[in-house]
Design a protein around this ligand. Structure first.
Ligand code: ADP
Ligand code: MG
Length: 588
């Protein structure tokens, strides 16, 4: 039985019938708070757990939603349903502005920036005369639905939990989709995702906006649940608490947000009554306990609590439903012998070091060209210049008759160049099939909203059919359900080739695909490359291992110290004393 198919509906059903049972009001109130916390933490699961963008400032967005609701309903008498719309719109605007400024930051700068704007929004709210300063706004009306007032207990419970469960459903759907794969690739750095045609900045902004909207919805519910707002629940300490909930529950897992919210809320309550009794004076001692627990969790269970549950459940297996899906659109292919890639005197200087010194070579359609040379010769740098990962210092590159020098790696990918990496770049926790499906990004178009509402299934089937086809093409179809991170290096490198093929490239660029492979794996790789050549694929093969390229290539370019030493057929290169000297490291 596939537990995931029944787990979610069963949980949803259970949560929604609870208020009909004779459960004490205290627990209904607790569950209301848990739902509100979980909605915000779900945003952090996406933002921090999945996309790797740490934010301490989510409480500020909760404040935006809550204050919009409180102000508009009490001062202007606007209906709560309209204030929800305004609050969400406002949070989108604020997130877009903040995201545009901060999401290009890397490393520790982004979390620091989230603290900064979290404080800014908090103090702005706290100091506005019309928002009641530190006293806030009293007398927020209850939400009414079809003439019934939802009040603030069992009535609003259903609304809170419908919102929380709907949010969980949307986020779960999103993670299993075209935009979801792009979002999941963000944590591994931008190079690979951009090479697959993903606009990493765009998806960072998208997850940032989604997290802000979820926070604002929670704030709107909170305002009508508490019936009053004041600045204190929207400060930075609460922002840290939301992050704590997500990390404790299992940041990166949708249900981790719920587990974390439940555990934190219940323990917090117990500690708030227990600790002052034990210690003998009142104070926020629970915060100290949480601080210690957070450090312990980060040290001993960095994946949080939810993985302890999933470990005990049978693994999820994707049901193959793409058997007769229509093929994805394909690009016009070059005719064999056409000029495909023309690299003309490209140069790259790193400070004083000339890594690539006016190198030229060409590739015609249908050829396999080897780019070889000893370590440090400038092969990878040349490769990165051609694929747009590094900007040229000088020189021109044209691809299929168009100048591509100066274009980004994403724009070059759009034009039909696809690549693998010297150090395998993948999303280890996704399956082989999902990793390869990322290669289909540019050949499909489903957006975030469509994915959240699961209206993207027809296109998803086409993407998976293509991914399986490319895996079968290189003889890896039976590994498609494996987790990519569990594969050996050989299959991982082949998986990268399948991912590149999934983009439907006109030129395939492979950076040291044989490096680190065992003899058998090298042979398997050589077979795959020979087969691709037979099928008419054009390949630029960067390689350190001279023997590997000899039997495979039509032409070879040899580099040494950044310059082109010689270009010729494998026989000519093999016979060259200069090449032998370069490889032996002797004078020539
Ligand atoms: P290969 O792939 O042939 O082993 P590379 O292209 O990686 O060689 O490197 C060529 C030279 O450029 C080396 O001397 C290397 O140290 C230098 N180099 C490569 N990348 C950078 C960089 N980002 N900054 C500075 N120097 C670099
Ligand atoms: Mg290299």
């Amino acid at each position: 039985m596939n537990w995931t198919r029944f787990g979610f509906p069963a949980f949803a059903m259970f949560m929604l019938v609870l208020p009909a049972l004779p459960l004490p009001d205290f627990w209904i109130t607790q569950l209301n708070s848990i739902g509100l916390y979980a909605i915000v933490s779900l945003g952090l699961v996406l933002l921090t757990g999945v996309a790797g963008l740490t934010s301490f400032g989510q409480a500020a967005f909760v404040g935006v939603g809550a204050y919009t609701a409180a102000f508009l309903s009490t001062k202007l008498g606007i209906s709560p349903w309209l204030t929800l719309f305004v609050g969400v719109a406002l949070s989108v605007v604020v997130a877009l502005v903040l995201g545009a400024i901060t999401l290009r930051m890397s490393g520790h700068y982004l979390p620091l920036a989230t603290i900064a704007w979290g404080l800014t929004i908090y103090y702005t709210i706290s100091n506005m005369e019309f928002l009641g300063k530190y006293d806030g706004i009293l007398g927020v009306p209850p939400i009414s639905l079809g003439g019934h007032s939802l009040g603030s207990g069992r009535g609003i419970y259903v609304l809170i939990w419908v919102a929380a469960l709907a949010a969980a459903w949307c986020v779960t759907n999103l993670l299993d989709s075209r935009p979801g794969r792009a979002i999941r690739s963000l944590k591994e750095g931008t190079t690979m995702a951009e090479a697959m045609g993903v606009s990493t900045f765009r998806y960072k902004v998208i997850v940032f906006v989604i997290a802000a909207v979820l926070a604002a919805i929670s704030g709107w519910l909170f305002a009508h649940f508490q019936r009053t707002v004041n600045p204190s629940p929207f400060g930075i300490h609460r922002g840290i608490e939301y992050l704590f909930i997500a990390v404790l529950g299992g940041v990166g897992h949708v249900w981790g947000a719920f587990v974390g919210a439940g555990v934190v809320k219940i323990i917090e309550d117990e500690l708030q009554t227990l600790l002052p009794k034990l210690i003998g004076t009142s104070g926020n001692f629970e915060i100290i306990v949480f601080g210690v627990v957070l450090v312990l969790v980060l040290k001993y269970a960095p994946d949080g609590l939810w993985p302890f549950v999933t470990k005990r459940l049978p693994p999820k297996r994707r049901v193959k439903d793409w058997g007769n899906a229509e093929a994805l659109p394909a690009r016009d292919k070059p005719v064999r012998g056409d000029m495909l890639l023309d690299v003309n005197e490209v140069r790259k200087e790193f400070g004083g070091l000339v890594a690539v010194n006016d190198v030229s070579f060409q590739i015609r359609a249908g050829d396999i060209v080897g780019l070889i040379g000893p370590n440090g010769a400038g092969k990878s740098t040349t490769f990165n210049l051609v694929t747009g990962v590094l900007p040229l210092t000088r020189g021109q590159v044209s691809f299929r008759g168009q100048a591509i020098g100066g274009l980004s790696s994403r724009q070059i990918a759009e034009r039909g160049m696809s690549r693998t990496f010297q150090h395998v770049k993948m999303i280890p926790e996704m399956t082989v099939l999902e990793n390869v499906a990322l290669g289909g990004h540019l050949r499909s178009s489903s957006g975030t909203l469509k994915a959240m509402l699961r209206l993207d299934r027809a296109e998803e089937r086409r993407i998976y059919a293509e991914a399986e086809k490319q895996l079968a093409r290189i003889g890896m179809a039976e590994l498609m359900h494996e987790q990519a991170g569990n594969l050996a290096l050989g299959p991982q490198r082949l998986m990268e080739i399948a991912r590149a093929l999934c983009t439907d490239p006109a030129l395939l660029l492979l950076d040291e695909p044989a490096a680190g492979l065992r003899h058998k794996e090298k042979q398997a790789l050589a077979d795959v490359l020979r087969q691709l050549k037979r099928e008419g694929m054009s390949i630029l093969l960067v390689e350190h291992d001279m023997d590997f390229v000899m039997g495979l290539t039509d032409r070879i370019v040899v580099m040494e110290f950044g310059t082109r030493l010689i270009e010729g057929t494998p026989e000519e290169v093999q016979a060259s004393p200069a090449v032998r000297a370069a490889y032996l490291g002797t004078e020539h």
